[in-house]
Structures are given as C-alpha cells and as structure tokens.
Design a protein around this ligand. Structure first.
Ligand code: HEC
Ligand code: HEC
Length: 205
C-alpha cells in the first residue's frame, strides 16, 4: 500500500513535469548507421547483447532507454564505457536509438540454475518480508515486462547485468532512479537475494 502510494506520487510528478509528454517523433531508421558502427560491438545489431555484462536493449521501453542515454551523458548515471558512448550522441540520436532498440525482438532465454531461480521467484513475487524488501512485480510487472515509461522491462535480461545493477544501486554507485525507488529496494537485499532474483529474471518471459 505504502509502496503503491510512492509510485503513484512519482508518476504524478513526472507527468506534471512533462516527462511523459509526446516528444518529437523518433525515427529508428536514422539510428541504423550508429547501431552498425558503434553499438553493435557490445549490444548486438538487434539489441540481443551476446556478453552477460552488456545489457540486452531489445524490447526495452524506448522512454527508459532514452532516459538512460541522457543520464549517461549528463553524468547522472556513471559508467566509464557508456559515458564515452553517450558523449558523442545528440538528443535526436538518443531518441532514434531508443526507438530502434525498443522495436527489436528479444531472443528467448532460460535460467541456468533452476533451484536458485525458484528462490528468486519468491523474492520477485513476494519480496523478503523479514527485511522489508518489496515484491519486484509490484513495479516491474508480473511478467517482468515493466510499465512504461518509468519501470523498465527486466524479463530475459542477463543475470550478471541485473546483479551488477542491484549492487550498484545498493552502494549508491547508480543513483539515477526516480524517487530513489531502486536504491531503497537494493539497500535491504543480501548478495544471495540479488543472485537468486537475477537468476530468476534471466529466464522470465
Ligand atoms: C564497449 C562496449 C559498449 C558499446 C560500444 C556500447 N555500450 Fe551500451 N552499455 C555497455 C555496458 C557495459 C553497459 C552497462 C553499464 C552499467 O553497468 O551501468 C551499457 C549500458 C547501456 C544502456 C543502459 C541499458 C539499461 O538497461 O539500463 C543503454 C541504453 C546503452 N548501453 C545503449 C548503447 C548505445 C545506444 C550504444 C551505441 C551508441 C552503446 N550502448 C554502445 C557497453 C557498451
Ligand atoms: C517501487 C518500485 C520498484 C520496485 C518495488 C522495484 N523496482 Fe526495480 N526499478 C524501479 C525503477 C523506477 C527503475 C528505473 C530506474 C531508472 O530510471 O534509472 C528500476 C530499475 C531496475 C533495474 C535496472 C534495469 C536496467 O535495465 O538497468 C533493475 C535490475 C531492477 N530495477 C531490479 C529490481 C528488482 C530485482 C526488484 C525486486 C527485488 C525491483 N527492481 C523492485 C522501481 C522499482
């Protein structure tokens, strides 16, 4: 209940500040050249990143992708690789790239460790009551498809990338989450919780 109120308040704030307002129309075709010369090396031409440290971008909400690129460029989200990448992009490039990758099909994936994934499913759906960790499904949706524009898709993402982000949120290395929503979640999670929920998410679809 408390959690739902926080979400509603932040969504209201974003709507009021015009973050959700329809922006100039993005053209995914215009992103093609940058994709094929730059992003392809780490995220794949269709956003199905082959390496587990590089997030899959396929089927992610364009508004979320655009926000992350903007945050990398401004320094609100820190990462030595992506800061460099985003520095060269204009706001139009970012919008076009976000539309391009958001429109790609996510390749199906399965969890590798079923025992760990089963433990992770409990956290994803019910949180960790004793530690006050809320259910991930409350904000990221029961199927992990997220809720545009604020809550990213998690389903099918590399477990290793998910785990890194949770750890970064926990220590405040990643602090670009609206209303500190993810930092408050990650703060209460143990390494084992993070590993388990990441494993579950990697096979969620
Ligand atoms: C040299 C490898 C590399 C290249 C090239 C690269 N990226 Fe990344 N990208 C990464 C890594 C690593 C991360 C994860 C950063 C972190 O841990 O915070 C990332 C994260 C992202 C994210 C955040 C995704 C999320 O789920 O939050 C976006 C968006 C992104 N990259 C877009 C792009 C685009 C667009 C290009 C091409 C212009 C590009 N990247 C080029 C390595 C790369
Ligand atoms: C109160 C709402 C809320 C809850 C509950 C929540 N999240 Fe999030 N989460 C967010 C928001 C908002 C973002 C986007 C942050 C941003 O804009 O950079 C996010 C982002 C993330 C990311 C980064 C995704 C990416 O592509 O980089 C991961 C990983 C994540 N959440 C995992 C979880 C897990 C695991 C749980 C459950 C233990 C959880 N979240 C519970 C709101 C929530």
């Amino acid at each position: 209940m408390k959690q739902a109120m926080v979400v509603a308040a932040v969504v209201g704030l974003m709507a009021a500040s015009g973050v959700n307002a329809e922006a100039a129309k993005a053209d995914p075709a215009k992103a093609q050249q940058i994709v094929n010369t730059v992003c392809v090396a780490c995220h794949g031409a269709d956003g199905n990143s082959p390496a587990p440290a590089n997030p899959k971008l396929a089927s992610q909400h364009p508004d979320y992708l655009n926000k992350q690129l903007t945050n990398f460029k401004s320094g609100e989200r820190k990462n030595p690789i992506m800061t460099g990448m985003a520095a060269a992009l204009s706001p139009e490039d970012m919008k076009n790239l976000a539309a391009y990758f958001g429109g790609q099909k996510l390749a199906p994936a399965a969890a590798k460790d079923q025992v760990l994934a089963a433990k992770g499913e409990k956290i994803y759906r019910g949180g960790v009551a004793a530690m006050g960790v809320p259910a991930c499904s409350g904000c990221h949706g029961p199927t992990g498809s997220g809720i545009p524009a604020m809550f990213p898709r998690l389903a099918g993402q590399h477990g290793e990338y998910i785990e890194t982000q949770l750890k970064n949120f926990r220590i405040g290395e990643r602090a670009n989450d609206p209303g500190k929503m993810m930092q408050m979640v990650a703060m209460k999670m143990s390494d084992q919780d993070m590993k388990a929920v990441a494993e579950y998410i990697s096979g969620l679809h």
